[in-house]
Every structure is written in C-alpha cells, then in structure tokens.
Write a protein that binds this ligand. Structure first.
Ligand code: GN1
Ligand code: MG
Length: 379
C-alpha cells in the first residue's frame, strides 16, 4: 500500500491528492497529506520500537484532546485566547474492529498509522533567534500546562515507561559500559573513540546530578502532574500572521510527570540558538536573554501553578535536561542507534556533544540563571 492509499483509509474532507514528508522528528515518520479542496492533514507512522502500544498512545491523545476542548469551551473568549487550537485525531473511514482504539489507528503490516488535523496558518521554528519568539514558546508551554493541569491521571496510560526519569537512563548507560568492559564488541569499539571518551568523562563528573529531580519527587517536594513530555521548540505552532503561539503539537508523550521535565526541555531546546543538530560545538551556548523571555512567557500563563519547591528546583531542571538528553543520545550511539533516527553513524554522538556543551554553558552561567529565576519568580 502506498502513502496515498494509506491516507485514503481516513475520513478526510476530500480525497488525498499528495503526500510529502513533514518536519524532522527523531522518532515517528511524519507526512503532510493534501486533499481535494486544499485541506491538509498530518499522517504519521508511529515508531512501535519506542511506543510499544500505539493503541494506548491514541487513547491518550483522545483523552487529552477531549479535555482541552472542554476546557477551551468553558473559557471566556478573550482577545488572545480564542485562537488556541488542538491537533485532533482523524477517524478511520471503517471501524477497524479493535476494542482499544477502534477507529483512529490503521494497522498495515507491522506499521501503526494515524492521521491528525493540520494546524493551518501557522508554522514552527527549528531554532529561536529573538526574545519575542522565546516568549511565545514559553507562553505556549504555560498555556498547555494550564489547560491540562486538571486532566485526571487515571485517564492517561503510561505509554513510555521511565521517560525523563534520569536515573533510569543512567542505569541503562552504566549497564552498556559494564557489558562493553567484558571483551571486544561493537560497543567497546565505539567507546574507544576520543569523543566518546570525552562523553564518558563528562557523564562521570556529573553523576551526582542524575537523581536531583527524582529525589525531590520522592521527598514529596515535587508532585507528578500531566505534562507534554516533548516540548521542544518545533512542537510549538506560531500564527504566521501574528507570531503568537496557537498550538502545541506532538502530544504522544502527554502523561503524568514533573513540570520540570517540560520546562527544562523547552529551555534546552529553545535557548541554544545553534540548534540541537549543529556540528559547530563552538557555536553552542545557553542564551540567557532567550531564557528570560521564555520563562516570562511561561510564568505569565502558568506561574500560579508553581509552588515554592517547584521554583527552588527550576535551575536543577534547566541544568539536568540537556545532560539527560545528551546521555540518551550517547547511550543510543553506543547501543547502535536503536531509538533515535540517524542519518549517519556518528549522528547520535554529535547530538550528545551538543547537549553536553549546552549543559556546560548552563553551568558556567549558574549564578546569573539562578538570579534570573529569583527575579522573575519574586516579581
Ligand atoms: C525525540 O521525536 P521527536 O523529535 O519529537 C524524543 C524527545 C527528545 C527529542 C530530541 C518520544 O522527540 O524526548 O527530546 O527527540 N522523543 C521521544 O530532539 O523520545
Ligand atoms: Mg516527539
């Protein structure tokens, strides 16, 4: 079955006429479908090596969309608020007869396909350059948190166990190192590379940071709440006419977690103007001005939900998330690129080096960043 045939399995408003690749997600394969009459849709093949239960991913998506729609329906339509949009799953033309997700998932061979409405009149950015953009990205995340904060946890399945639980990634990494130490192997060969050795040393020097958020959660200082899970800048849609944030997309990782995972992830993604795919390590830095704008935008929408403990752990989160992603990329490199899509054999290693450089830049600006957080949160 080709992509057009797959697309025509869904109840679109018009016949699918063209399918083009969309974006550069690291996990799922994404396409844009145009139908007669000009409407567009997003067609995705879920990566079942990552999301073992695509039926539950779809059930979560339906729960999130339903909740957001209800919340938006009860909000007074004030100026900037009425244009917020929620990307929604498109049903199949025919029921597929499965109990869990009877009408939103098309199984073909070993693929699990779904279609989602396209946010028209909007675009996303791969990298941020201006404070005005950073403010909108922060505002989008805050708006999203405020929208889903009362989505009951029992309505969400855990579709990606251990996601953003740094000690779990670290334990896996240590297991990979230990296995490599037992004799020659492809992993041992990759580890011998000088850049890989630099990563090993970088991680070892920071292993005390690994449990910082989970310990705060275990101590009861931080609480699990619904989060987006993957709020990197290109998952925020900005109105092409006004530049205002109008949607957050890529809702597959919405599940109970710490708001800190999201805040840390949005900042690590948005405050590195060189972007996470650069190979120019010298260009990688954490931009405090962008961070200030993003945090301001976030606090404007969601400041009221943050507790004293939440605020006290913001710096830890901002330092931890790039380190965590670097660890995830590096571990995947060692394991032979089983998780993140790559275009060449050193791709995940290069990505890890970028995140570690970013973490270093954050460390170097710790005082300024802590002062910034205090100034913004006390005001
Ligand atoms: C993955 O698939 P994509 O590009 O939206 C990953 C995120 C990472 C991101 C880094 C489910 O997101 O956690 O931050 O790559 N998503 C998953 O680019 O692991
Ligand atoms: Mg994603």
């Amino acid at each position: 079955m080709n992509l057009l045939e797959l697309a025509s399995g869904f109840a679109t408003e018009g016949m699918p006429e063209s399918v083009q690749p969309l974006g550069d997600g690291n996990v799922n394969a994404t396409y844009v479908v145009e139908v007669t009459g000009g409407r567009r849709y997003v067609l995705q093949r879920l990566n079942t090596a990552v999301f073992a239960r695509p039926d539950l991913v779809m059930a979560n998506l339906e729960a999130v969309v339903h909740h957001c729609r209800q919340r938006l329906g009860t909000e007074p339509p004030t100026g900037d608020r009425d244009s917020w949009q929620v990307p929604s799953p498109v049903p199949l033309k025919a029921a597929c007869g499965e109990l869990d997700a009877p009408c939103h998932l098309l199984r073909h061979g070993d693929g699990a396909w779904r279609m989602i409405t396209f946010i028209e009149g909007a675009h996303c950015l791969e990298r941020l350059q201006h404070s005005s953009e950073a403010r909108e990205v922060g505002r989008a995340l805050g708006r999203f948190h405020a929208l889903i904060h009362d989505l009951p946890a029992e309505q969400l399945a855990d579709t990606l166990e251990g996601f953003h639980v740094t000690p779990g990634y670290h334990a896996r990494y240590l297991g990979v190192l230990a296995a490599a130490a037992t004799g020659p192997s492809a992993v041992a060969q990759r580890l011998a590379d000088p850049q890989a050795q630099a990563c090993v040393a970088f991680i070892a020097a920071r292993q005390h940071l690994v449990p910082v958020l989970e310990q705060a959660r275990e101590a009861g200082h931080l609480k699990l709440r619904p989060i987006h899970g993957d709020p990197k800048v290109n998952n925020v849609m900005l109105c092409s006419a006004t530049g205002r944030a109008v949607a957050m997309v890529d809702l597959d990782t919405v599940k109970p977690g710490l708001l800190h995972y999201d805040i840390g992830d949005a900042l690590r993604s948005g405050c590195n103007p060189a972007g996470e795919e650069t190979t120019d390590l010298e260009a990688v830095c954490f931009d405090l001005e962008l961070a200030a704008a993003m945090l301001r935008g976030y606090l404007h929408e969601a400041g009221a939900v943050l507790t004293r403990h939440d605020i006290d752990h913001l710096f830890d989160a901002i330092r931890l998330l790039p380190f965590e992603l670097g660890l995830r990329f590096f571990c995947d490199h060692l394991e032979g690129d089983v998780y993140f899509k790559v275009t060449h054999p050193r791709h995940n290693l290069e990505r890890a080096l970028v995140q570690f450089r970013l973490a270093e830049s954050i460390e170097a600006q710790e005082r300024e960043l802590r002062d910034l957080i205090s100034a913004l949160c006390e005001s």
